[in-house]
Design a protein around this ligand. Structure first.
Ligand code: SF4
Length: 367
């Protein structure tokens, strides 16, 4: 039986990543079968509840206000809109709804109260609820837990070293701090990263070292392939080769045997054969729905066709952990504290982020 290790070294992980493909697949698939049903895949629906206008400068993200992309921004959706979308997701086979808001951090106030109500509403539909709202304080994490939140997503994105080449408006330790705040509650952690941002293989291994060190390891690890969006600093990055995706999924499975490994952004560029190899290598979760926040994703009917072809079954909700109870806002034992998460702001700039920002300013001026 494979053991859960928190002391992986980068060298050990690189040795796994670079194994001959057949050995890598065999080892990953064997570990996968020890801990999971290989024919069950969790289906989540990602809902952008507030789109665009984000003050951060993540080099991969079309929602950063400073870049010139053609996404349509939206204010926070209403609870009723979210409920309608969640019901639609449930009827098409999703067991989890993940709500994403393009915020740097959560601010206490009416918008956060609304998000708490969305969490209560979806939990009462007997679906797992996940949120990705940026940095949160311990008090905010407690309030989300009390509302019935099942998971909080906060990606490490890449290695600590390469993070400085991707985002200048916050540091790696800020990410770890929010994850730590979530860990003080009964909410599960979803944290992973993106490949294809110009990082090297050592950075991919470095990210897995950081994730596997977390104790407990994240219950869910999304592996994204960069979707290079025009106007962002990463618009010219080359598409990720399917073999890199398979290696990354397999290595994640070996390093974190119990984790749910989620095949996330970039699936529209992957063939069914490629996705099948990823499922064999240990991926056991996908995002459904034709959009992943702002980037394209396969149509849900196409996914269900693929499931039927491969004999895969969507995972029921609350299989891995019991459904949290929802506390109504009137009975809450937590008060809003109005705290702001403290973050470090490394005093550096990133050349390609600055140049994308300047191009965006020029495009607006030329209009
Ligand atoms: S990834 Fe999130 S934090 Fe970064 S710019 Fe996009 S919305 Fe903002």
């Amino acid at each position: 039986m494979s053991v859960i290790r928190h002391d992986w070294t980068k060298e050990e992980i690189l040795d796994i990543y670079n194994k001959p493909m057949m050995d890598l697949l065999y080892e990953a698939a064997s570990i996968h079968r020890e801990h999971h049903d290989p024919n069950t895949v969790q289906v989540s629906t990602l809902l952008s509840i507030k789109t665009g206008g984000c003050p951060e400068d993540c080099g991969y993200c079309p929602q950063a206000a400073r870049y010139h992309t053609d996404i349509e921004g939206n204010d926070l959706m209403s609870v009723q809109q979210v409920k309608a979308q969640a019901l639609r997701a449930k009827s098409s086979g999703s067991s989890r709804v993940c709500m994403g808001a393009a915020w740097r951090n959560v601010k206490d106030g009416p918008e956060f109260e609304s998000v708490l109500e969305m969490v209560r509403t979806i939990n009462k539909l007997d679906m797992e609820v996940c949120c990705t709202l940026g940095m949160i304080t311990e008090n905010q994490a407690q309030r989300l837990a009390e509302a019935g939140l099942y998971a909080y997503n906060h990606n490490l994105d890449t290695s600590e070293e390469y993070y400085k080449e991707v985002i200048s408006t916050r540091g790696y330790e800020d990410r770890l701090k929010t994850i730590d705040n979530v860990r003080k509650t009964n909410v599960t952690v979803c944290s992973g990263g993106i490949i294809g941002m110009g990082e090297n293989v050592e950075d991919r291994a470095g990210m897995l070292v950081a994730l596997s060190k977390l104790s407990p390891q994240p219950e869910s690890v999304p592996i994204n392939a960069l979707v290079a969006v025009e106007g962002t600093p990463m618009e010219d990055e080359k598409p990720v080769a399917i073999w890199d995706m398979i290696r990354m999924v397999a290595t994640t499975r070996i390093v974190m045997p119990k984790t749910q490994v989620r095949l996330s952004a970039g699936r529209t560029e992957m063939s069914r054969e490629g996705q099948a190899m990823c499922f064999f290598a240990g991926a056991n979760s996908i995002f459904a729905g034709d959009k992943l926040l702002t980037t394209p994703n396969p149509d849900v009917n196409e996914d269900m066709e693929m499931f039927s072809l491969l004999g895969l079954i969507p995972q029921k909700p609350f299989v891995k952990k019991a459904q949290p109870e929802t506390v109504e806002s009137a009975d809450s034992k937590f008060e809003s504290m109005g705290e702001k998460p403290k973050w470090s702001r490394p005093d550096h700039t990133i050349e390609r982020n600055e140049s994308a920002k300047n191009n965006a300013k020029k495009a607006v001026a030329d209009k």
